[in-house]
Design a protein around this ligand. Structure first.
Ligand code: NAD
Ligand code: DAO
Ligand code: ZN
Ligand code: ZN
Length: 369
């Protein structure tokens, strides 16, 4: 079939809206109609050329709400008409990783997904005979797309897809980082570096965890008002201090925070986030994705003296078994998403969504198909 998609032909170039070919679902695959898709910093990161796994030409996008249009042979867990959230971290339930009980990083289709291909090693997208690659197994910046069945979380049809699409990445990642990865305890002191969709969602996670003090850090002070509305107790701009921000935080918190979350993707703030942690027990979670070839550093004595450095992908959330409950929590008003949607626009305007992100003017722009 012909579908309209935003094609990333080359790194560093704007997306191009065009009609491309989409082949139907093969064994174990599902054709979905995207209803809405959020634009995440990770899409911009890949488009910039900084992503070591970035492959072009590709259809980007990984934060969608969609409806099942057609199922391929062998598909049993979803039906035509089901509402779904595509998963860039699938859940097969059978691989060593899924069975470990220790991680959400299912590896069933990792190799082909990393190459921009479906599990059979081919792409469903093409134009004039040239293959166009899938992105993160999701390719949400197209009206229709094909995904493996194990990459779809079936959700409650009562949920508005133009809002819960953000559970496909940003909101779940931030909340999950706090609740699943760090397991923040009531009464904790928490520092959150970066107040985009991920960091603001981490604030929500810290509120849900009953953290006592939630310190939000950003160089763009326009982010502070919403951070406070969500529950940040302090908002600070590192540019207002002569000392390193980790020293400021240690002074503010009688020795350091219990937990910190780096939601920027900058190796310098990753170091600050580790070093603002309390001696003996403070834990820092890296959520941000740094550019190709970048490395983190600190003095090993920081770890010898009890600080812990860890990371998280999709907030440690297993998509098929746990994401439907995030949708229910949204429906009960326990997770805020509507306020995160700062702009909506048609696919034709998608490059404006990237501009707004780079200008620091949006939390999330949502493409409405
Ligand atoms: P965003 O661009 O919306 O937000 C980033 C925020 O960081 C902005 O508010 C910006 O002003 C702030 N910032 C930039 N430099 C700063 C500095 N030096 N000090 C303090 N604040 C600074 O991005 P987002 O969509 O929220 O994504 C955040 C990061 O998380 C990205 O690196 C993204 O790739 C990554 N990410 C990771 C996962 C995962 O599963 N681990 C999932 C989604 C996104
Ligand atoms: O299993 O090796 C693996 C890779 C899993 C991909 C997880 C990616 C998470 C970070 C990227 C940002 C998501 C938008
Ligand atoms: Zn994302
Ligand atoms: Zn698996």
């Amino acid at each position: 079939m012909k579908v309209t998609a935003a094609v990333a032909w080359k790194a560093g170039q704007p997306l191009s809206i065009e009609d491309i070919n989409l082949d139907g679902p093969k064994h174990g695959e599902v054709l979905i109609r995207n209803v809405a898709a959020g634009v995440c910093h990770t899409d911009a990161f890949t488009l910039s050329g900084d992503d070591p796994e970035g492959i072009f030409p590709a259809v980007l996008g990984h934060e969608a709400g969609a409806i099942v249009e057609e199922i391929g042979p062998g598909v049993t867990s979803v039906q035509v008409g089901d509402h779904v959230i595509p998963l860039y971290t699938p859940e097969c339930g059978q691989c060593k990783f899924c069975l470990s009980g220790k991680t959400n990083l299912c590896q069933a289709i990792r190799v082909t997904q990393g190459k921009g291909l479906m599990p059979d090693g081919t792409s469903r997208f093409s134009k004039n005979g040239q293959a166009i690659y899938h992105y993160m197994g999701t390719s949400s910046f197209a009206e229709y797309t094909v995904l493996p069945e194990i990459s779809l979380a079936k959700i409650n049809k009562a949920a508005p897809l133009d809002k819960v699409c953000l559970l496909g990445c940003g909101v779940t990642t931030g909340i999950g980082a706090v609740l699943n990865t760090a397991k923040v305890e009531p009464g904790s002191t928490v520092a959150i570096f970066g107040l985009g969709g991920i960091g603001l969602s981490a604030i929500q996670g810290a509120v849900i965890a009953n953290a006592e003090r939630i310190i939000a850090i950003d160089i763009n002070e326009d982010k502070f008002e919403f951070a406070k509305q969500l529950g940040a107790t302090d908002c600070i701009n590192p540019k207002h201090f002569d000392q390193p921000i980790q020293d400021v935080l240690v002074d503010m918190t009688d020795g350091g925070v219990d937990y910190s979350f780096e939601c920027i993707g900058n190796v310098n703030t990753m170091r600050s986030a580790l070093e603002c942690c309390h001696k003996g027990w403070g834990e820092s979670v890296i959520v941000g994705v740094a550019g190709a070839g970048q490395e983190i550093s600190t003095r090993p004595f920081q770890l010898v003296t009890g600080r812990v450095w860890r990371g998280t992908a999709f907030g440690g959330v297993k998509g098929r078994s746990e994401l439907p409950d995030y949708v229910e929590k949204y429906l009960r008003g326990e997770i805020k998403i509507d306020e995160m949607v700062t702009y909506t626009m048609p696919l034709n305007d998608i490059n404006r969504a990237f501009d707004l992100m780079h200008q620091g003017k949006s939390i999330r722009s949502v493409i409405i198909y």
